[in-house]
Ligand binder design. Structure first.
Ligand SMILES: C[S@@+](CC[C@H](N)C(=O)[O-])C[C@H]1O[C@@H](n2cnc3c(N)ncnc32)[C@H](O)[C@@H]1O
Length: 268
């Protein structure tokens, strides 16, 4: 067999400091860790460390977003219905009884979805509900794959403004985006529990998200869940946001997009 000859492009590599510094040390430690498979030593205690890191980062984030118009933190009385109070608060403060483009990811029987189409009665509003309707596509904590299934049935609502899109978000959302206009104010409600689902939805919708759009997260605090997906998303896509409400000690959180930062560093 003829051996292919590869050519060097002739572009000099980026200069690296010759002196052994922190960067080299960290790279060296990482290499040794991998070579000696030290992860085997840490595996038994890793879940505890992961939990600690998660709760510390969440706690820091909560402290940084403590002064909200609507916030029940700290309460000892967890009440799932408090999320409806959060909807009411943002509906009023954000003036949402206007034409909106409501997108809910994780509809199941339609409990939260119904609240929005019943309370926003503007004829030009549209309400899109996305779900497999056969339950969670993967295990999520104590909830196993298939939990929340409605046996493939979408909620029966007598409102032509409501449309349900059946299937995995990963199979339906890209096509949906091509066929839909996003001129109205978007209210994006994520109640799909999984980190993977949340991150996929946010990153796929990113080109359509604009200042003043509202994001609502229903299970914000859980480990490896919406908090992590939201932070990773905002950092990577350079969105500036403000938190506009929280209920049940930040289990349910609403955010308003302020702007999209797109500056590159100044030329030195
Ligand atoms: C907690 S339930 C939704 C509850 C609903 N919003 C309510 O208020 O009753 C979560 C839903 O997310 C859906 N889901 C999660 N990840 C999904 C994905 N990648 N694609 C489609 N549906 C997904 C599940 O099928 C499940 O019905």
């Amino acid at each position: 067999m003829n051996q292919k000859k590869f050519n060097s492009p002739g572009i000099p590599p980026l200069a690296e400091s010759e002196k052994f510094n922190k960067f080299h040390l960290s790279r060296f430690i990482g290499d040794i860790f991998c070579k000696l498979k030290i992860h085997n030593l840490f595996r038994p205690v890793l879940p505890v460390f992961k939990k600690l890191i998660h709760i510390s980062e969440l706690s820091e984030w909560i402290s940084a977003h403590a002064h909200l118009r609507f916030n029940d933190f700290f309460t000892l009385h967890y009440n799932y219905e408090s999320r409806l109070k959060l909807y009411e608060a943002i509906f009023t403060s954000q003036n949402l009884n206007r034409p909106i483009n409501y997108l809910e990811f994780g509809v199941a029987g339609g409990n939260s979805f119904s609240w929005w189409h019943v309370n926003n009665d503007h004829p030009d509003s549209t309400f899109y509900g996305f779900d497999t309707f056969t339950g969670l596509p993967e295990d999520w904590g104590v909830f196993k794959k298939g939990h929340f299934s409605t046996d493939g049935n979408v909620p029966k609502l007598d409102d032509s403004r409501c449309v349900f899109i059946k299937g995995l978000f990963q199979s339906t959302l890209q096509e949906f985006i091509k066929e839909t206009t996003f001129e109205k104010r978007n209210v994006i409600h994520i109640d799909s529990d999984l980190y993977t689902s949340c991150l996929f939805v946010l990153t796929t919708l990113a080109p359509k998200i604009k200042p003043d759009d509202i994001l609502i997260f229903d299970d914000f605090k859980m480990e490896h869940s919406e908090f992590r997906a939201m932070i990773n998303f905002m950092d990577s896509f350079h969105f500036d946001y403000e938190v506009i409400g929280a209920a049940n000690n930040y289990s349910h959180v609403a955010i308003r997009i302020i702007k999209i930062k797109r500056e590159s560093p100044a030329v030195a």
